[in-house]
Ligand binder design. Sequence first.
Ligand SMILES: Cc1cc2nc3c(=O)[nH]c(=O)nc-3n(C[C@H](O)[C@H](O)[C@H](O)COP(=O)(O)OP(=O)(O)OC[C@H]3O[C@@H](n4cnc5c(N)ncnc54)[C@H](O)[C@@H]3O)c2cc1C
Length: 401
Amino acid sequence: MSKQNPLSTEKTDVIILGAGASGLMCAIEAGKRNRKVLVIDHAKKPGRKILMSGGRCCNFTNSNIHADNYISHNPHFCKSALSRYTQRDFLALVQKHRISISEKAHGQLFCDDSSQDILNILLSECEQAGVSFQLNSKIEKIEHPSERHFKVVSSKGDYICQSLVVATGGLSVPDSGATALGYKIAEQFHINVWPQSAGLVPFTFQPKDKEKFSALSGISVNAVVSNKRQHFFDNILFTHRGLSGPAVLQMSLYWQPGEELTINLLPEIDLIDIFKEQQQQRPQRRLKSMLAEYLPKRLVAVMTINDLAESPLRTISDNQFKKIAAQIQKWTIKPGGTEGYRTAEVTLGGVDCDAVSSKTMEARQTAGLFFVGEVLDVSGQLGGYNLQWAWSSGWCAGQVV
Ligand SMILES: Cc1cc2nc3c(=O)[nH]c(=O)nc-3n(C[C@H](O)[C@H](O)[C@H](O)COP(=O)(O)OP(=O)(O)OC[C@H]3O[C@@H](n4cnc5c(N)ncnc54)[C@H](O)[C@@H]3O)c2cc1C
């Protein structure tokens, strides 16, 4: 990796703000076109979120990528980039570097060893493409001295470039170096920025529910989590603060504060049929023993808090059983909120896609200014979709910067 002289005012073709997934991909592609590329980041090392991703095994893409897997005020915006640089293209890059990978549930592609493998690929491609880095560098301001130039004033010197790429990501996990710089730059250039909120994030219980359900911490079951617009069938996890697990994280992308969720804790069976059958075959059996065949005992105890749990099946009326079944299969809960950016994987909202070309990621009103990755108002579902968006959008800008 070549180094910049920290004291000089450098001229370069392309400056990329942010050495994350989208910035590195853009740098590689621009470098391959023989553009002189400088990546600036305030972090000491590049790609911190890549390293954190996928439980440190980086769920780097998904075998099935569709625009439907993304949320944006402009749902069509992501289509062009995702079709120009696809999951197969990124997979080919991973295979070129002979990284061992596996496909897991729902088409999710992971590294077998470590996320570091993906970062190493990107850094080695950057090196081959002659990309320079200025890390540990605070960006103080951006100037636009002429139509054809941008000036980046940083703690390590000033830099002039023709193309400025904003790849500073979203707000999730502030400890990883996330800041609002990208949104501020957009606003400086009079680009609309949609309000942001935490996505792919656990829900917290309201105080009364916390009292009731925090004892279930650590329990996980397969469930369907739904609201009026969406539903997800996957694992949910009770935590001492609230609910997590893939189905819950997915739902957080589609949840509005104050909205109620319905959770089916036994989505694969007809509980009423089973009850009727068991009532005939084993009338003396207690309800809680019957339910414990399907759900963890601690969960049964909380979900059937009344005398019925101890009652023999023969004494339970159809109506009473319907109520129990509804409690388990149509459990409604109003989350108190989410855990916020501290644990969120993505940021919803961001730079308005309508202000940016979907083919090149260039700002429509400011030639030479580009936005790529999560800073844009494009958020993917859980499953490698966010990194694929970073690769695809970074690649598109890299062809033209
Ligand atoms: C814990 C966790 C796990 C995840 N797991 C997955 C996964 O498995 N699969 C998946 O698809 N997605 C995952 N994601 C989401 C994914 O990591 C991001 O969507 C993706 O990294 C976004 O890429 P980006 O280039 O837009 O931003 P980032 O990768 O966040 O890069 C932004 C860069 O900009 C720099 N920067 C920010 N502000 C400034 C500033 N003021 N000055 C200078 N530099 C700045 C940062 O230091 C950072 O290097 C995960 C996210 C988290 C938090």
